[in-house]
Design a protein around this ligand. Structure first.
Ligand SMILES: [Zn+2]
Length: 336
């Protein structure tokens, strides 16, 4: 299973909807209850109870376009997670598990077929914690995947619910990171204007979920769990003072936290650099330290969001800390 990690930066936050998977579900989607339409821009999927997704194709579906871009940016390796929106979390329980297994197998194979630069991050079924735990174990031990990425607010599933307890225990036991990342099918349209869905909606999902998980005592029960918040933790690093005070005053207390208050858990979490802003990145580093911040591109968005090192390379980091953020932390956490 051991695979040499090429030299250069490591990108821990990137997405793919593998072409082979899309072709497969173009044939078998009906048996899952998923509508698939072939368009000029790729395959457009419709999951039960949800609006049709934008078509997945091109640079979201292959590793060709990104390979060139990675070379230009000095990225030696990319850990790809499935596009959150195709993880099938509104399917019935048995179908969801089957769908996720198929997705993970295509993810792992796509990474393998694309050369040493690529590794993959698993999806797990969310309607049954035991199934989620078993899928993670299969993905890590059999498929060689490096961790899991979960949608932060998957329609009618509460990721902070007790049902997922076996999954968190498995992630801690397997010693692999779990990344939280908003999906398109969030509740944001119900609480805010849709034109802010991309910038605030998705990051708000992760912000709220992370706060709920901390409040639930997750990190007391699983102190070795490696939980990573995508997009720099959303707005949680900025709001944590307020969350902490509300807890300590008893206004928002649901359990007794061993560490005293929610802010005490911020340095246990991991964050990516996808704040796309040097001032926000400085706040993160101040809160969690350079050992807890990892380089991410958020491919396919990466190429639109400015230079890869615009934030990491301009805030006066010494070389050792920059190496941690751009490579060493990834090797340590993901054991890639
Ligand atoms: Zn992303």
């Amino acid at each position: 299973m051991a695979q040499e990690t090429p030299t250069g930066f490591i990108d821990v936050h990137a997405h793919i909807a593998p072409t082979s998977f899309l072709k497969e579900v173009n044939k078998s989607g009906k048996s899952f209850g998923v509508g698939v339409e072939e368009t000029d821009g790729g395959h457009a999927l419709t999951f039960p109870g949800l609006p049709t997704l934008r078509a997945a194709g091109g640079s979201l579906a292959d590793t060709v376009a990104r390979s060139e871009w990675m070379q230009e940016q000095g990225i030696g390796s990319q850990y790809m997670a499935a596009w959150l929106d195709i993880q099938g979390y509104t399917l019935p329980k048995d179908k969801e598990a089957e769908w996720v297994r198929l997705l993970n197998e295509h993810m792992a194979q796509t990474a393998k077929d694309s050369g040493d630069a690529f590794r993959s991050i698993a999806a797990v079924p969310l309607r049954d914690g035991e199934q989620a735990a078993r899928e993670l174990e299969y993905a890590v031990k059999t498929l060689g995947m490096l961790g899991a990425m979960l949608p932060s607010d998957p329609a009618d599933v509460d990721v902070a619910g007790v049902e997922l307890e076996p999954f968190w225990a498995a992630a801690e036991e397997l010693d692999v990171p779990v990344m939280l990342h908003g999906a398109s099918h969030s509740k944001w349209p119900q609480v805010g204007p849709s034109y802010l869905a991309f910038s605030m909606g998705r990051t708000l999902d992760t912000t709220i979920l992370a706060a709920k998980l901390i409040h639930s005592g997750l990190l007391d029960r699983h102190p070795e769990l490696k939980l990573m918040l995508c997009h720099g933790g959303g707005s949680l690093p900025f709001l944590i003072g307020r969350v902490d005070v509300a807890y300590r005053r008893g206004m928002e207390k649901v359990t007794e936290l061993e560490r005293g208050g929610p802010e005490d858990y911020m340095s246990m979490l991991y964050y990516d650099t996808v704040t796309v802003n040097p001032r926000s990145l400085k706040l993160l580093l101040d809160m969690a330290g350079p050992e807890h911040v990892l380089l991410g591109t958020d491919w396919v968005w990466a190429a639109m969001s400015g230079g890869l090192m615009d934030a990491v390379g301009t805030i006066g980091l010494n070389q050792a800390d920059q190496d941690l953020i751009t490579r060493q932390n990834a090797l340590r956490l993901f054991k890639g």
